[in-house]
Structures are given as structure tokens and as C-alpha cells.
Design a protein around this ligand. Structure first.
Ligand code: BG6
Length: 644
């Protein structure tokens, strides 16, 4: 699609580690998106560098293979062969080791390509290699004379930037030995996400929220990065990393900085980067002995089939992971920002692998409204307002507030105003790297981390690493089951403060239940809003056989046991599980008992609320009629679903 944005500047892009997975999966699809959007200069060429001895043609073929190349990994609605051919003909490959002689030959090749493509001597070096090579790469590029001659020279460095404070500082020194800070672009792919970039746009282009953005009005902020995937065969890397280094110290701290920083003087790179660094520098640095008070670590265990056999392995049984590994696959942290804007507002961060859903969201909870005015009404509890930034996979912003339920009595229900990217904009899906390349090629460092920010982020993380190293978890791990909400201690961390994690239920999560599978988004969102939370103590009966069915349950935290009328064990369900769906369909007596085995936090959907929703969504009522018959062998009519 033609665009009014200027083109990227001419350059030759050298990708070190070009035969790795990252190039195929993300870098080439991103370049392809830039090309399709008309943003890539015609004076552009790629030189892949690696140790394999492959020709230009073989390199091009490996990038465009149907099963493991651009046709598979592109993110656009349709695949454009003409654009691919145009782009891929600019791809070349040279084999080289990190040695001055090899790099001198590379320099010559780059010179030829620059002349052929009119790249004006501009060179972009992309380090898609293990960080241990970054220092030697910088030295060797310098020694081979890559900084000489006309045009700009810029380096993009992939994460992880160091493995702790000391190694990050050392790496910084190594890179800065021959290169200037303004030549170094440290990537954090979260900053390439539209929804993350929008945090600043949202805060500073809307007058409505910024006056409320402080400790007078905000009660707490929660950052949640839930991943349903496990380590996906990356055990070798992950076992020496863990979630603190892999997700929190970089991606989550970047989001924290955007959400909480002061207004920059302008959208200029350094203006923004100054404020981000200042914010992270205001985060309280814990003494190692304070860590257990504010931080919970976790590691996932296996999941089991009903017959007790292992379904999927626990972390310690994953490939390339030590059988007694103490690496954390989950962490929940309470931080304090000791500046005048945020003094006293707890900031909770939580991230983990093998959790029950995928979802990144930031939940800003405002202070409770005064409740006295509702005394003597049916309103027994007031919920605070919440502003939720849905980063992914749902992309949008949601304001949750209370509204009066229609009817003669004064009752309140949670409702929302919601903005969804997909409805408002017609953009293609991006990898996140497009804007990184484009900005770097135009010399705009806004979306890249400056050395001081990286240092500030490691300073916050370092005491946690130190404490964990000094106190190996041993038998404490594994402490959460696959597909659960993480270790119970993570809930306790927040509950000690009289608060709760705000669990964002997404349509994907609801669709785990056959009843909601394939539901229209409007319908699913209405259901999500109608869910109410309810807690049961260990041993308490949730459903009694014979009682009339009036609702369904979704397990948010805890474990339940299902028994038949005679008390015989049928199954156990835990976080993410559902039961009682039939209660939504008709008021038949319950056929089984359900008891809380542990303390349980559940979401409940009442039949009356469900019917209100189906009334507004007659299409869905029809499909539920069919599903009830096919799956549950229950005959109901559309009318049954629309009467409360
Ligand atoms: C990477 C981590 O930086 O980010 C992975 O190394 C993680 O472990 C990934 O899965 C998450 O990225 P995204 O864009 O899927 O949220």
C-alpha cells in the first residue's frame, strides 16, 4: 500500500548469524513487510554472514522455502510473490569467521554491493548471534576498517544484553571501545509492538488520564505476561536464563518505564530515553534479604492424564535442562517506585511459562470510590475502575466501570468501554521488527535501549539473582503445575496487601470450553463481563448432586474433585478447568458433586446473565441449541435460552 512516510535510508544490511532461525522467522518477514508497505529504499541490499559455505542462490532459497521460509512465516493477509522476488534478489551470502582477514574480504564484498545498489556507504550490522560474540564482532569490524569511508555505520544488537549487571557493563564497555553510543541500537522486540508504543501515545495525547496518573488516584498497577508455551526445546538457553532475565529485566521493565515515566520534553529519542532511564533509576533496589518478602519464584511441574500418567514433562525433564535445575520459569514481583508521582503505589509484575493462557496485559486499578452512598441498597460491594491495556494477543484498551443493571432495584454490574485495534485500524499484522529496522535505518533510536537504561534494569534485577543463587530452591521446585496460574505464593504476595491479581479472561480462554468455541467476539466479550468471582474454602461443597443447576464455573485458582452421587471419585479439575456448563442450558438437577480440594477462586456465570446475553445474540443461541444436543445430548429450544 502506498504510504506518505519517507523511505528508509539506503544501506547494506549485514546479518551476522544469518543462517539461524531468527533471520527466517522474523527478520526476513519484517523486511518483506517494509517492502510491501513501500517503506524500504530501493537502494538496499542484504548480506547474510555465517560459517556455512553456501551460495547467494542457496541462501535465497533457504529464506523462501515453502515449508520453512517466507511463505510460511510472513504475517500478511496474502503472500505476494512479486514483492518476494524483488526483495530476495537483493539477498547475498558470504561465509566468514570472526577474524580480521575474513572481515577484510567482507568489507570488499560490502563495497561491491554498496556500489551495485547505490547504498551510499551506509552499513547496518545486525548481530543475530550469541552475546559472547558481540565484543569480538565489534573489535574485528573495527580492525578490518569497517568504520572508514563515507556513510553511516550502525549496529543492531539482539538481546540478551548481558546475563547480570557485571556482564552487561562489561559488554557495554566492549562495544563502546570502538563505537559511539549513537551507533548502537539495542533491540527489545517489545518496543516494536504497536500496543507498547501506544502506551506513550495514549498517555500523552489524551488529556483525560494524565491528571489521574499518580498515587492520589491509582491504587496499584499490575503487569502480567502469561505464556502458555513451555521452553519449546530451548532448554539449553533457558536453563542459564530464567524468566527474570528472559522476560522481566527487559520486556517488562520497558513496559513499566513507558507506563510510569514522566512526560518527556518531546518525542525525540533522547528526551524519551532520559525519562525511561530516570524511571527505572527510581525503582527501589532491594537488599538480598528483602527479596523473599517481595518476590516469588516458581518452576512448572509435569501435567498428568486422568490415569496418573505424565502428559507433558515438567521443566526439569525438558531437553537440555538439568534434572535438579533451580532455574525459575515463573516470577511475581512487587516493586516500589520511590518518586513523588508513585510513592506508595505497589507495582506488581508476574510472568511465567506453561501457564494456562497466553496474554500480556497491564491493569491500572484506580482507588475505590466511597461506598457510603450505597448503604441500604442491594449493592454490597463496589469495584474500583480499571484501565486495562491489552498488549497481546488481544490488542486494545479497556475501561472497566460499574453500571446499573436495568430493573427497579439498584444493582450494579461491571461493564466496559473497549477499544480494539482490529476494529479501529486496518493494518496488517507485524512482527515488531519492521519499526526497529525502519527506525534504525533512519537513525531514530527512540525504540532502542540506551546503555544507562540497561544498567538501571540490571541494578533492579541483580539482588534477586544474588539471593536466588545463594538459596537454591531444591525440593521447593516444581511448585506449580503446567497449565495453572502459577504458584499459590504469587497470589499470597498480592493478597497480603489486601489486593488480588486481576485475572484477564480472554475470548481464547473462554473458547477452551466447547460451549463457547467459535463464539462471536461480541458474544464472548459479553460473557466475560458477566463473570463474577467467588471463593470457596478447602473442603467446601460447590455443587451438590440433586440441586437445581443454575450456573457454570471456571476455575481461576485451586483444585476441585468431582464425585458421583454415591461419592465415587470421577475426576479432579484445576486452574483453567470448567464445570457445571449444563447449568447454563437448563435447570436440571445436578448429577455430580463438586468439592473444593484446596482454597478455590472461581468465576461464575449465572444462567440468568447468560440468557440475557443469548437474548441479545440470537445466532449464538441457535448454535448452543445444536451443541447441547450433539455434545451433551440435551434437547432445548432457542426459547429456553432466552428466558431468565
Ligand atoms: C523472547 C523470550 O524475548 O520473548 C521468549 O526469549 C519469549 O522466551 C518471547 O517467549 C515472548 O515474546 P512475545 O512477542 O511472544 O511476547
Amino acid at each position: 500500500m502506498p504510504t506518505t512516510n519517507p523511505l528508509s535510508e539506503p544501506c547494506v544490511m549485514i546479518i551476522f548469524g544469518a543462517s539461524g532461525d531468527l533471520t527466517k522467522r522474523l527478520l526476513v518477514p519484517a523486511l518483506y513487510n517494509l517492502a510491501c508497505d513501500g517503506l524500504l529504499s530501493d537502494n538496499f541490499a542484504v548480506l547474510g554472514v555465517g560459517r556455512s559455505e553456501i551460495s547467494d542462490t542457496q541462501f535465497r532459497e533457504s529464506m523462501t522455502g515453502t515449508d520453512d521460509g517466507l511463505p510460511k512465516f510472513h504475517t500478511r493477509k496474502s503472500y505476494d510473490q512479486v514483492q518476494t522476488d524483488k526483495l530476495i534478489n537483493r539477498f547475498h551470502f558470504s561465509s566468514a569467521n570472526i577474524a580480521v582477514e575474513d572481515f577484510k574480504k567482507l568489507k570488499q564484498r560490502v563495497g561491491e554491493l554498496a556500489a551495485q545498489f547505490g547504498a551510499k556507504g551506509n552499513v547496518l550490522f545486525y548481530f543475530a548471534m550469541s552475546p559472547r560474540f558481540f565484543g569480538p564482532l565489534c573489535d574485528t569490524l573495527h580492525a578490518a576498517g569497517f568504520q572508514d569511508g563515507p556513510g553511516w555505520k550502525r549496529i543492531i544488537v539482539e538481546k540478551p544484553f548481558g546475563t547480570d549487571l557485571a556482564s552487561a557493563l562489561k559488554l557495554n564497555d566492549e562495544i563502546l571501545r570502538h563505537w559511539r553510543e549513537d551507533q548502537i541500537f539495542r533491540v527489545d522486540h517489545y518496543l516494536g509492538k504497536e500496543t507498547v508504543q501506544n502506551l506513550l501515545a495514549f498517555r500523552f495525547s489524551n488529556g483525560m488520564f494524565e491528571p489521574l496518573w499518580n498515587s492520589h488516584h491509582i491504587d496499584n498497577i499490575q503487569f502480567n505476561v502469561c505464556e502458555s508455551v513451555d521452553v519449546q526445546g530451548r532448554g539449553g538457553y533457558y536453563d542459564s536464563s530464567g524468566v527474570l532475565r528472559d522476560m522481566i529485566q527487559n520486556h517488562m521493565f520497558q513496559m513499566l518505564a513507558y507506563l510510569c515515566m514522566e512526560a518527556p520534553g518531546s518525542f525525540e529519542a533522547d528526551s524519551i530515553r532520559n525519562e525511561k532511564a530516570k524511571l527505572l533509576e527510581s525503582v527501589r533496589i532491594y537488599k538480598p534479604e528483602e527479596v523473599p518478602q517481595y518476590v516469588v519464584r516458581g518452576q512448572y511441574g509435569p501435567s498428568f492424564h486422568d490415569n496418573g500418567e505424565v502428559n507433558k514433562p515438567g521443566y526439569r525433564q525438558e531437553k537440555d535442562v538439568k534434572p535438579d535445575s533451580g532455574t525459575e520459569t515463573f516470577a511475581a514481583i512487587k516493586l516500589h517506585i520511590d518518586n513523588s508521582r508513585w510513592q506508595g503505589v505497589p507495582i506488581y509484575l508476574r510472568s511465567g511459562k506453561a501457564l494456562w493462557k497466553r496474554g500480556t496485559e497491564i491493569v491500572v486499578t484506580f482507588k475505590h470510590p466511597p461506598a457510603a452512598i450505597f448503604r441500604g441498597t442491594q449493592v454490597d460491594k463496589l469495584e474500583p475502575n480499571r484501565l486495562i491495556f491489552h498488549i497481546q494477543p488481544k490488542q486494545g484498551i479497556e475501561l472497566v466501570f460499574q453500571a446499573k443493571v436495568p430493573g427497579p432495584a439498584l444493582q450494579l454490574q461491571k461493564v466496559d468501554m473497549s477499544f480494539n485495534y482490529g476494529n479501529a485500524f486496518k493494518a496488517s499484522r507485524y512482527t515488531g521488527y519492521e519499526v526497529m529496522f525502519y527506525s534504525c535505518m533512519r537513525g531514530d533510536a527512540t525504540l532502542f535501549s540506551r546503555g544507562d537504561l540497561v544498567k538501571a534494569a540490571w541494578e533492579i534485577a541483580q539482588p534477586l539473582l544474588d539471593y536466588w543463587q545463594a538459596t537454591p530452591p531444591g525440593n521447593e521446585f516444581p511448585n506449580y503445575a503446567r497449565d495453572s496460574w502459577g504458584p499459590p505464593a504469587a497470589s499470597a504476595l498480592v493478597e497480603r496487601d489486601g489486593r488480588r491479581w486481576y485475572e484477564v479472561i480472554t475470548p481464547e480462554v473462554l473458547e477452551l470450553s466447547p460451549l463457547f468455541k467459535g463464539g462471536e467476539l461480541v458474544f464472548l466479550n459479553a460473557v466475560i463481563m458477566a463473570l463474577q468471582s467467588r471463593s470457596f474454602a478447602a473442603g467446601e461443597t460447590i455443587i451438590r448432586a440433586g440441586d437445581p443447576a443454575a450456573e457454570m464455573y471456571l476455575i481461576c485458582r485451586g483444585e476441585v474433585e468431582v464425585t458421583d452421587k454415591a461419592g465415587k471419585h470421577l475426576q479432579r479439575l484445576h486452574e483453567g478447568g470448567y464445570f457445571g456448563e449444563i447449568g447454563l442450558l437448563m435447570p436440571t438437577p445436578r448429577t455430580a458433586n463438586v468439592k473444593a480440594v484446596t482454597q478455590c477462586d472461581l468465576f461464575v456465570l449465572e444462567r440468568s446473565a447468560f440468557h440475557r446475553i443469548t437474548q441479545d445474540n440470537p445466532n449464538f443461541a441457535e448454535s448452543i441449541v445444536v451443541l447441547a444436543r450433539e455434545r451433551y445430548n440435551i434437547v432445548i429450544s432457542g426459547a429456553d435460552l432466552t428466558s431468565a
